[in-house]
Structure formats: C-alpha cells, structure tokens
Design a protein around this ligand. Structure first.
Ligand code: SAM
Ligand code: SF4
Length: 328
C-alpha cells in the first residue's frame, strides 16, 4: 500500500465520495429548486476508466469505502458498470450510493448483484403531499416501493436521509419513529446546510437537530460507537426499535474533527471539503494507469492544505452553489 492519505491534523481518509454526474431529475427546494441547469461547458463526466483510476489510487492509499453520489447517480446509463468496476478494486470493502430512489424499484437486485453494499435513499417526508412539495416530484409511492425492493434484494439495512426543515417536515418525528419501529432503517436527519445559491430558504427553514437529540436521549435511545469509515452521523439505537436514528449536525462545534472523507466531482476535481473554496483538477492524470504515482502525489500535496474545519457557522459556503454540484 502507498502511504495512507492523512492530513496535517492527523485525520486519516478511509472514505471517498465520488460524484459521477451533477444531473438530477428532482427539484428539491434546498438543492435544485429550478431543476438541473448545466453550468459547465460539458467536457463529459468522468468515464468508467477515469473513475477506475480514481478509485484505484484511493484504494492503494487506504480507502475502503466509496460512496457514489451526484446529482442523481442512477441517471447514468453505465451506472451498473461503474458498480462492477468499483467492486473489482482490491481493498474496497463497501460500495454505497446516495439516491433519490427514482430507479430503485426496478434495479435494486441488479445493483446488489453488481456489488453495491449500502444504500441511502432520500425521503424528506412520509406525507406524500409534503414529499411532493419539498422534492418537486410526486414520486413518494415509487420511492417507498424502491425501499421495499432493496430489502427484497437482500440489503439488510437501508439508510434514509431526511433534511430537517422547520415548518415543513419538522413535526414528523413521531411518524418517522413509528415507521422504523419494525423496519431495519437507519433514518438520518440532516440539518439544512447553507449553499451559495440558496435564497432566504435557510433563514426560513433551518432548524437544529439538538431538540431531536434531546428527545431521543430522554426516551431511552443510546448513542452507538462510530466505525473508522462511518459517515458523520451520531447514531442512536433503542431496544424497542429495529431501526436506528442518525443525526448529522454540521453546525455543531467539532463536527469536522472526525472527518474521514475526501471528494471527487463528476468532472474530476478533488475537493478537500464540501464547503471548500476550490477544487483541484485531477483529470489530466486520469488518462493512463501509469500516472497513478503522480495522481497520488497530487492528492497528498493537497492534503497538507486541508483546513481544520468548514466555516459554515460564519455563513461561509465556499464555492458550492448547491450540493448536487459536487456530490452531497
Ligand atoms: N440525488 C441524490 C439524493 O438526493 O439522495 C444524491 C445527491 S444529494 C445532493 C445527497 C444528499 O444531500 C441528499 O440526501 C440530500 O437531501 C442532501 N442535501 C442536498 N442539499 C442539502 C442541503 N442544502 N443541506 C442538507 N442536505 C442537503
Ligand atoms: Fe436531486 Fe438529490 Fe439535489 Fe434532490 S437533493 S435535487 S434529488 S441531487
């Protein structure tokens, strides 16, 4: 193994978040409220071969988990080929994806067979009308059938992401808890993050996850210990529930201390942080397998500059116009 990716704060990077497209077919109010609009001269998203070289370099430097994201990653026609390719890379133990669930019902089995090990589906509300209002799409039933299909295909647990939105879904905690009572779903509430293109939505709808945390602790939920390639959620379990609750609170002090992930965008830019000020182009080093040493060296060089924390709490959103642009 080449040298493990590590930054100057001794954080080790086991987890690659790989965006494979920034295209999306939903219009989530907090992400792409006006739908997808291409903003770059389309030089094309990374090909399967280019993606393979990214994953191979990361795997050789200690990465054991890859999350495929976007935009909506499953809109890529070669999505299954990408899964198979990642599954062939030595050292990659987990292949996860984050999806809006649009294609899950039809494809859950094929994706599992290709090597997908973990699924996160975004479901912001259990009320179909509220789901429509938040995502811009009347697809609640389709997404729910997708989650059932994932269980039928053999996934033992499905993670569900819900962005916490004051006055929209913030009163749904009882319904969500009831939903996961007998289902092995890890429901993860994500605090709304401010991004560059977001209008007053943040002021109107941001709400802290602390009240949920307090409610859980007061009602017998226990915090679980984090694994080395786990994401940033604080996860709680309860003896009476098959499901679990995760809380992702990026505005919490010390949130970045446990950072274990790096990002590569669909256009081949390395991002040290979701809210960084720049991305570093890797694409010129993704054209030939023989360039791997140079690729690793460029990534190592950037790690020295990784900041200790984002500055979200000071309203600094970096270069990120919305999370679909570099992969949330
Ligand atoms: N399209 C896929 C989906 O929605 O699951 C994957 C990409 S999406 C950018 C990844 C995750 O980021 C989703 O769970 C979404 O709800 C979340 N997200 C997007 N914008 C956000 C924001 N401003 N604050 C918090 N979470 C956000
Ligand atoms: Fe699309 Fe996901 Fe953004 Fe919603 S959160 S608009 S599904 S990329």
């Amino acid at each position: 193994m080449a040298t493990q990716f590590e930054d100057s704060y001794h954080r080790k990077f086991y987890y690659l978040r790989l965006s494979i497209t920034d295209v999306c077919n939903f219009r989530c109010t907090y992400c792409l409220p006006d739908g997808y609009k291409p903003t770059h001269k389309n030089s094309g998203f990374l090909s399967v071969d280019e993606l393979r070289r990214v994953v191979s370099a990361f795997a050789h430097c200690g990465t054991s988990k890859v999350r495929i994201t976007g935009g909506e990653p499953t809109l890529r026609k070669d999505f299954t080929d990408i899964l198979s390719m990642i599954a062939e890379q030595d050292g990659i133990e987990k292949i996860a994806m984050t999806t809006n669930g649009y294609r899950l019902e039809k494809n859950a089995q094929a994706w599992r067979d290709a090597g997908l090990t973990n699924i996160n589906v975004s479901v912001d509300s259990l009320d179909p009308r509220m789901f429509h209002q938040i995502t811009g799409e009347n697809k609640f039933d389709l997404v729910m059938r997708g989650i059932d299909a994932a269980f039928d295909a053999g996934f033992e647990q499905v993670k569900v992401n819900a962005v916490l939105l004051k006055d929209l879904n913030s009163g749904e905690l009882p319904a969500f808890l009831n939903w996961i009572k007998d289902k092995p779903i890890q429901l993860r509430f994500i605090e709304l993050m401010q991004t560059g293109e977001m209008d007053s939505l943040f002021e109107r709808h941001h709400v802290s996850g602390v009240s949920i945390r307090n409610h859980l602790i007061a009602n017998g939920w226990l915090m679980k210990v984090r694994g080395k390639s786990d994401g940033p959620a604080e996860v709680f379990c309860h003896p009476d529930y098959k499901g679990e609750i995760g809380l992702i609170m990026p505005y919490k002090k010390d949130f970045c201390d446990s950072c274990n992930r790096l990002r590569v965008s669909a256009l081949g830019k390395l991002h040290m942080c979701l809210f960084g000020d720049y991305g570093v182009d890797l694409r010129d080093l993704l054209q030939d397998d023989a360039q791997e040493d140079a690729l690793v060296a460029r990534i190592q060089g950037q790690l020295a500059d990784k900041k200790q924390s984002h500055f979200l709490d000071q309203g600094h959103t970096g270069m990120t116009p919305h999370l679909a642009s570099i992969g949330g």
